[in-house]
Design a protein around this ligand. Structure first.
Ligand code: PMT
Length: 405
């Protein structure tokens, strides 16, 4: 049986030529047994008619926040509570900007603010608008708040441009909604996963430090994916801008030494899986200056003496290994060969090789592509959002754990 039977789905349509495809999406959702209500922005009315949408959804279409007749039937807060999912297709650049700002200046943005239900966006806009830093910043904000993104796809656009920004096809949006609303098996209940994420910060003096570009997105996505399958997750995190995923216990640390000590504490109780997604600084200052270091004399050079940090994952592998030890390998050349040698050297079961020379994946990107290596096997999932990839990686790790050795 489809996961959509009797699900209450609110479809929001914003102004864009792709709006005509949303009629087919509503038809697919209704055919699968979902109860669909439609909300239009003013911009959407130029592309689709209320009459058509009412016919395919079987409900009056809503568009105004201040419509006494509509509020009499179901007030906008009730409508926000009614939805099991809000999906906005197409989601325009303007809508994304208003939603990211937390505005409530029309019915659709108000519903998005007032709902507890998951919200998914299928963006559609010109490729230059999609790639504009303002839209990308709004995208990052929305993803960090847990909004699900479906697409966009890349290809020929209605305006004649070619590039990213096409709305995904209705069947693909339908499939993504089906997955989103499918209950996640709680097959990791009873397991303890310890995951590191983000950068470490190694103090030079009271105001300066050595660090790197890790945003924590990959590690946080893994924590959320393991937690969603029922695992108890301890997330040992360097400084990031991210909120801890719901239900995950986060322990904040700064330096590599802090990270090792927090991991040791977390793993006093045997962990089932350890994942080292953090970008741990390999070196720290031999002596941290107690006062701000001053420019001295006329010299243009300055010498800092660094010493090696403990290797967190290699130490844990020897002292207190989880049943399954998983590392990442961030490499800029000979990615697979270097990853393979780290797998052996650090005593790991699996290593996830990440080509960080690419600017479209890896450090501080919303998407990633990796190759997972064991001693004798190799998997390469497609390039995808870190959230989707994390779901696949948690699946792979779980399968690996249950393989007969
Ligand atoms: O945080 P994001 O912006 O989402 O970016 C994700 C990421 C690129 C940081 C992540 O996917 C990644 O590749 N993390 C590992 C980065 C790294 O430090 O790689 P490494 O090859 O230097 O280290 C290999 C493994 O040893 C890693 O599991 C690392 O956590 C661990 N390590 C390294 C050094 C050290 N002193 N202690 C360690 O435990």
């Amino acid at each position: 049986m489809s996961s959509l039977v009797n699900k209450q789905i609110l479809v929001g349509i914003t102004g864009g030529i792709a709006a005509y495809k949303t009629i087919e999406l509503i038809r697919l959702l209704s055919k699968a047994g979902a109860d669909v209500q439609v909300v239009l922005t003013d911009g959407a009315k130029a592309f689709v008619t209320e009459m058509t949408l009412q016919a395919v959804s079987g409900h009056p279409v809503r568009s105004s926040l201040l419509d006494p007749a509509a509020e009499l039937g179901m007030g906008h807060i009730e409508l926000a509570k009614w939805a099991d999912l809000i999906v906005i297709a197409p989601a325009s650049a303007d809508f994304m900007a208003r939603y990211a700002q937390g505005m409530a200046n029309d019915l659709l943005t108000t519903l998005c603010l007032a709902t507890d239900a998951p919200v998914a966006l299928a963006p559609a806009m010109n490729q230059a608008m999609w790639q504009h830093p303002a839209t990308q910043a709004n995208l990052t904000t929305l993803i960090s708040r847990g909004v699900h993104m479906i697409g966009p796809a890349a290809g020929a656009q209605a305006c004649g441009d070619v590039g990213p920004g096409r709305m995904e096809e209705p069947q693909d949006i339908y499939a993504a909604i089906d997955t989103l609303l499918s209950p996640v098996a709680q097959d990791l209940a009873g397991q303890h996963w310890v995951i590191t994420a983000g950068p470490t910060m190694e103090a030079i003096d009271p105001v300066r430090y050595i660090s790197n570009h890790s945003s924590g997105k990959m590690g946080y996505a893994l924590a959320a994916a393991a937690q969603a399958r029922g695992a108890r997750v301890t997330l040992i995190s360097g400084p990031t801008q991210l909120a801890a995923p719901q239900g995950v216990q986060r322990v904040d640390i700064k330096s590599a030494e802090d990270m090792l000590s927090a991991c040791r504490t977390a793993m006093l109780e045997q962990a089932d899986v350890f994942i080292g997604a953090a970008a741990v600084a390999d070196f720290r200052m031999k002596d941290v200056a107690s006062q701000k270091m001053k420019k001295s004399g006329d010299s243009n050079e300055m010498q800092l003496t660094l010493v090696k940090n403990p290797d967190v994952i290699a130490t844990l592998s020897q002292e207190q290994a989880a049943k399954c030890m998983v590392g990442f390998a961030a490499e800029t050349q000979d990615v697979i060969a270097y990853a393979q040698s780290k797998l052996e050297r650090k005593g790991l079961d699996l290593i996830i090789a990440n080509d960080v020379s690419r600017t479209d994946i890896g450090f501080n990107n919303d998407e990633n592509q990796v190759t997972v290596l064991s001693k004798d096997q190799q998997w390469t999932p497609p390039k995808e959002s870190k959230a989707a990839l994390a779901v696949e990686l948690v699946g792979l790790i779980t399968q690996y754990q249950t393989q007969p050795s």
